[in-house]
Ligand binder design. Structure first.
Ligand code: AMP
Length: 505
């Protein structure tokens, strides 16, 4: 049994040394070449077991650092290359990494940043280091499969991102599951959409690695032009995609599939938010030969814990199930009083199994709240409470029903409204803030107490210092005083009522 996910790359480099593992615009890397690069980088990163932040654009370079960190026995933490420095500072404070690996273009952003003891290092400098084969072998050998492989930061309701910590075992089992479930082989060509700091990318990275397939780092700008995507899939002989529904919806709505046969495309999988049947049906009518699959899972699980292979027609108004648990996982739907929900009854979706995260990095309180002992298990077992509501159908499948809390999904991005409120409170003049999701208009509305002189554009310029672009509000309402309830909380119901007064566009 493997102890570290680097064994997947070692195995692939042994079986298919000269096959191209990953391709990007203007470059590619074979399995053997990527392993050699990773071992060199790993030699330069040897030392203790503190994590490595990977502050690089999505690229073969970033992948080389992920595997390089594994060669040094360290977890990696991918971050967005466009991350606001203030957010990176918060991540550094939470993670206490040893290094922040970056490139010449991004390095100047770190000047003056408070990164604690973390040392910014250039990838080019790591690659110039002396090899240390014995040191790397020893570091890999010392890893056990419950050690962390990566820490991915997701939006936190208190304003500080949460570092979800995934064990090697989660990825090893997930890679097996992906390759088996979708019958991946060396002919698999996967067009990656998910950013590397989003856990959907693990399907692409480790699924292809497991089977000797090819991973295409599809240019990110292409996703702004849905009409061009099918052409790209055709030209590159893509056999599998795993995209967020927002992208699939854009492709369907743009009519991009009309007249496209895409005979090589076999698997169309999606995850991250509700996939509407209206657009799924456009895909199914245009490409009837493909297998469609609805995958479900939060970052706190190694990407996915439930799946449903679409095996019958769905009317536009029907709900698409999220299906049943993946092989290495178990799911429960528990009512508020802790009972197993009966068929049709709403409850919280709870997850057990080897994919469950180790917790939130350096955050025992939040970990203890979300990762709880399973009261039904005769042996100690941890269960992740997703905060998602779900029900069992008569058909034995699980149906997703929404959230228990104020976490939202906007264009596939997970957002805690509290993080936007915390950022707004840092803007000079703002004394209080409340963010709400205006679903019909698909935008976030920010209500502030004070800050009256600010336009939406100016507010967003301020907010961008703290939160990523995708969290920025689409509407700003500045008030002298926010309404309060009798027990002095912000009256969200009244504020929400003001949203209803506007008709959707
Ligand atoms: P993330 O941590 O960014 O992967 O977001 C996880 C959340 O996205 C889940 O807790 C759900 O609320 C939502 N989600 C993920 N997959 C699906 C799906 N297939 N259908 C509906 N919602 C989903």
């Amino acid at each position: 049994m493997s102890n570290s996910a680097i064994r997947l790359l070692e195995r692939a480099a042994r079986l298919w040394p000269e096959r191209v593992y990953v391709e990007e615009e203007g470059g590619s890397a074979t399995y053997a070449a990527l392993l050699a690069r990773a071992r060199t980088i790993g030699a330069a990163l040897l030392g203790d077991r503190r994590p490595v932040v990977v502050y690089l654009p999505k690229s073969i370079d970033a992948l080389a650092v992920f595997f390089g960190a594994m060669c040094a026995g360290r977890p990696y933490a991918p971050v967005d290359a466009h991350i606001p420095v203030a957010r990176l500072e918060k991540i550094a404070a939470s993670l206490e990494p040893a290094y922040i690996v970056t490139n010449e273009a991004l390095l100047p952003n770190l000047a003056g940043a408070d990164l604690g003891a973390a040392e910014p290092v250039l990838l080019s400098a790591l690659e110039g280091a002396e090899p240390n084969e014995a040191g790397v072998d020893a570091a890999i050998g010392a890893v056990i499969d419950t050690d962390p492989i990566y820490v991915m930061y997701t939006s936190g309701s208190t304003g500080t991102p949460k570092g979800v910590t995934i064990p090697h075992r989660g990825i090893l089992d997930y890679a097996d599951w992906v390759a088996d479930t979708f019958a991946f082989d060396t002919d698999t060509v996967m067009a990656n959409q998910a950013p590397f700091y989003f856990d959907n990318s693990t399907f692409d990275i480790y699924g292809t690695l497991r089977c000797g397939g090819k991973l295409l780092l599809t240019p990110e700008t292409l996703f702004l032009f849905p009409l061009k995507l099918p052409e790209y899939l055709e030209e590159h002989g893509v056999t599998s995609i795993f995209w967020v529904p927002t992208v699939m919806i854009n492709v369907a709505n743009a009519g991009a599939l009309e007249g496209r046969a895409l005979p090589r495309l076999k698997n169309v999988a999606f995850c991250g938010e509700v996939m509407p049947n209206t657009q799924l049906n456009i895909w199914r009518r245009a490409l009837p030969h493909c297998q469609y699959a609805n995958l479900y899972g939060p970052t706190e699980i190694t990407d996915v814990c439930c799946y449903y292979k679409v095996d019958r027609p769905f009317a536009d108004h029907e709900s698409l199930p999220i299906g049943k648990a993946c092989g290495n996982m178990r799911v429960r739907i528990l009512t508020d009083d802790g009972r197993e929900a009966a068929v049709g009854e709403t409850g919280e979706l709870c997850v057990l199994g080897s994919g469950v995260a180790l917790g939130y990095w350096n955050n025992p309180e939040q970990t203890a709240r979300a990762f709880v002992p399973d009261p039904r298990s005769p042996w100690p077992e941890r269960m992740y409470r997703t905060g998602d509501l779900a029900r069992w159908g008569e058909d034995g499948l699980i149906y997703f029903l929404g959230r228990k809390d104020s976490q939202i999904k906007l264009k596939g991005n997970r957002i805690e409204l509290g993080e936007i409120e915390a950022a707004a409170m840092c803007v000079p003049g703002v004394e209080n803030a409340c963010a709400l999701f205006d679903e019909p208009h698909e935008r976030i509305v920010l209500f502030t107490e004070g800050g009256g002189g600010l336009s939406l554009r100016k507010m967003n310029l301020e907010l961008k210092k703290y939160i990523p672009q995708y969290m920025l509000p689409g509407k700003l309402v500045c008030m002298d005083k926010l309404p309060h309830t009798a027990n002095d909380k912000i009256d969200r119901v009244t504020l929400r009522g003001t949203l209803k007064e506007e008709e959707p566009c």
